[in-house]
Ligand binder design. Structure first.
Ligand code: GDG
Length: 460
């Protein structure tokens, strides 16, 4: 059995279940093969030299953890600048929010080179390398340039935008060319695969060998959708824990005569939070029976606060929440409970279970795991309803949710009202179908499909 090497910007200790399903699933595969997990340590060295960073090695059970520090300059250009100031907005279709500062790409390239350099010294000839996400697109190309011949796969957790949006990135051709250094590229949805294919067809001189196979720059690349899932049993077990049960009981007590709508996400402009609040205002206007009886709990956990676009979003949300509460609130009822803090993971299932309706309405999302966690946390006898944006990757997989266009506040408000009034038998039917789908395509299925496809590619 080949050793598995996982590379991601941040790593988690696979022995700590608090890290969530993805870390556990990837951790298990690493554990089974005596693997190596490589990434940034999370440490920023204020006066560090760009392109240099200490390597730390640590053993966690059967898994070796290897992490590298980043200098302040590298962190600001590679992580804040290029990854989160260029790639994240553009891949979520937000050219208006991208900061195309020409200096960032040098840092992005430099950190990928440094990671490749440090990683190469730890590799064995028959390792299988699995690289994660947009921070590390050029990693394989850098490793290949150093002579590494191992099988290499890449999974992109965020969407692939349509070709003409991708083509607005100044170095888009270099970026996509870098992807051809991998043997396998995994994307979240069929829409992403079709965008990739159209980009390759129009912007490169590649041969499209089949629906999932491309040949360019002297290399054949397989590209397929591997929709990521959750660990359903782990999440259900979390729901049986004391913290989740207490949370549920508390919510039920507090909202016994009221309907609870719930949104949970990192505070990110891709998640459609301002549109959601406007839709909630519309719900109160169009269906006044909800005034005094429906409450929206919105958890927006702090994220990337040193990127400008995030600070602006925070202000906008505060203003929208304030105006809804000011216009509609009463002495004994506030329509919006907005929480800009992280909620402990072990309490989340209780919160999900107490909600009548989940609002998962991103403007664009690679997959969206909150939608799946909400389904897993429901009481099958009396389940809540999932209102899901058609622009989340999860929408391809979850047709029994109520699918909405989050930009259309009027119709989304109508759909929320429908969710609030949905008869029990329809809620049960939909929930049962959704649960079967998230069980079939869970995080273990995802890991297995990806690694099996990578292992099936003949070593070069
Ligand atoms: C990226 C892609 C893709 C959220 N708030 C709190 C909290 N969370 C947890 C949720 C969930 C996770 O964070 C969020 O996952 P998502 O999938 O919804 O979104 P991203 O963070 O944007 O993730 C996404 C994913 O990668 C995997 O490939 O699905 O499309 O954008 O697990 O529960 N957890 C806690 N407190 C919070 O306040 N503990």
């Amino acid at each position: 059995m080949s050793r598995l090497v996982v590379v991601s910007n941040r790593i988690a200790d696979p022995r700590k279940p608090a890290s969530g399903g993805l870390a556990v699933a990837v951790g298990q595969a690493l554990e089974a093969s005596g693997g190596l997990w490589f990434g940034w340590s999370g440490k920023i060295v204020e006066n560090g030299t760009p392109g240099e960073g200490d390597l730390h090695l640590q053993q966690a059970g059967n898994v070796q953890l290897a992490t590298v520090d980043l200098s302040r300059e590298d962190h600001d250009s590679y992580y804040l600048g290029y990854s989160n100031g260029v790639l994240w907005p553009v891949f979520h279709y937000r050219l208006d929010l991208a900061d195309f500062d020409a200096g960032y790409i040098g840092g992005y390239r430099r950190v990928n080179q440094m990671f490749a350099h440090k990683l190469a010294s730890l590799l064995k000839p028959d390792d299988i390398i699995w690289v994660h996400d947009y921070h590390l697109i050029p990693l394989a190309a850098e490793l290949r340039a150093m002579g590494c011949k191992q099988r290499m796969g890449f999974f992109l957790h965020i969407p692939v935008p349509p070709p003409l949006i991708l083509a607005a990135v100044p170095a888009h051709d270099w970026l996509i060319r870098s992807l051809f250094a991998y043997d396998l590229v995994g994307l979240q949805s069929n829409t992403d695969v079709s965008h990739f294919s159209r980009y390759v067809g129009t912007e490169t001189s590649a041969d499209i060998l089949g629906e999932h196979e491309f040949r360019a720059y002297g290399k054949t690349l397989q590209v397929q959708a591997f929709p990521i899932g959750i660990d359903v049993d782990e999440f259900t077990a979390l729901g049986e824990g004391k913290d989740a049960q207490d949370m549920y009981a508390q919510m039920r007590r507090e909202y016994s005569r009221r309907r609870l709508l719930l949104g949970v996400e990192r505070m990110d402009y891709s998640k459609g939070l301002p549109q959601r609040l406007k839709t909630f205002r519309q719900l109160l206007q169009s269906y006044p029976e909800n005034v005094g009886s429906a409450t929206l709990i919105q958890i927006a956990s702090p994220s990337r606060e040193s990127v400008d676009a995030y600070a602006a979003l925070k202000q906008e949300l505060e203003s929208l929440c304030g105006s809804i509460n000011g216009d509609f609130g009463e002495l004994d009822w506030m329509p919006v409970r907005y929480i800009h803090r992280n909620v402990a993971r072990k309490r989340l299932p209780g919160l999900y279970r107490a909600a009548s309706v989940a609002l998962v309405t991103p403007l664009r999302d690679g997959m969206n795991l909150v939608a799946k966690e909400f389904v897993a946390a429901q009481d099958p006898e009396d389940p809540g309803v999932l209102v899901l944006s058609r622009f989340a990757g999860a929408a391809e997989q979850l047709p029994e949710a109520l699918l909405v266009n989050p930009y259309d506040t009027l119709r989304t408000a109508e759909t929320i009202q429908r969710a609030l009034q949905m008869p029990l038998d329809e809620r049960q039917r939909r929930h049962q179908a959704l649960l079967a789908r998230i069980r079939e395509h869970d995080v273990y299925w995802w890991r297995h499909q990806f690694l099996a496809a990578l292992a099936a590619i003949p070593a070069p």
